[in-house]
Write a protein that binds this ligand. Structure first.
Ligand code: FES
Length: 186
């Protein structure tokens, strides 16, 4: 009489199961370990970009003599060296600012970018205010929102200014995220 054979679906012996699980764990751990260097390398590779994006740089923007005390704001380009992981360029436009000379050689610097959606604001001398042509936000000389219906969520972004050697106007230039109530550097 024939002895009945074990069905095909019978579980493998305990020794085989242990060996299978050991191999599976080794493959998973090995895969995780080999993935770490490429990920770490990618972070290092992109790091210069992250650093450049978050740090404002002090830039020589104008001569003090170009500004009249109590005069209207004047727009100046901001030129700076741009270095990232792949390129290096010197004196390239990175933005623009309005400078206004107040009393006692105090200079006010406002980023020309509208905080609503990133258009460039104009200065309107006849109305003594800044105006954004995109959605009609309006700002006073100090950058404050004038019209409560302005869609801009915050005033124009004021930037730190330093006078060096008595004549040089240096601005710590920085762009900020549009559409936010707080100034979040980008
Ligand atoms: S971008 Fe200036 S009001 Fe919308």
């Amino acid at each position: 009489m024939d002895t009945p054979s074990a069905p095909d679906s019978a579980p493998p012996p305990a020794g085989d199961r242990r060996e299978f699980l050991t191999k599976a764990a080794a493959i998973a751990i090995g895969g995780a370990i080999t993935a770490v260097p490429p990920i770490a390398g990618l972070c290092v590779f992109l790091d210069p970009l992250r650093r450049e994006a978050s740090a404002g740089a002090s830039v020589l923007v104008a001569s003090l003599s170009a500004l009249t005390e109590g005069g209207e704001p004047r727009k100046f380009p901001v030129l700076a060296d741009k270095v990232d992981a792949w390129n290096r360029a010197t004196n390239v436009p990175v933005g623009a600012v309005y400078l206004q000379r107040l009393k006692d050689n105090k200079i006010r610097a406002l980023n020309v970018v509208c905080p609503h959606a990133g258009c460039f604001v104009d200065f309107r001398p006849a109305q003594n205010k800044y105006h954004c042509p995109c959605h009609d936000s309006s700002f006073g000389l100090d950058g404050a929102i004038l019209d409560p219906k302005s869609p801009s969520p915050r005033p124009l972004d004021e930037l730190p200014v330093e006078i060096r050697k008595g004549t040089e106007v240096w601005v710590t230039f920085q762009n900020f995220r549009a559409g936010e109530h707080k100034k979040i550097p980008v």
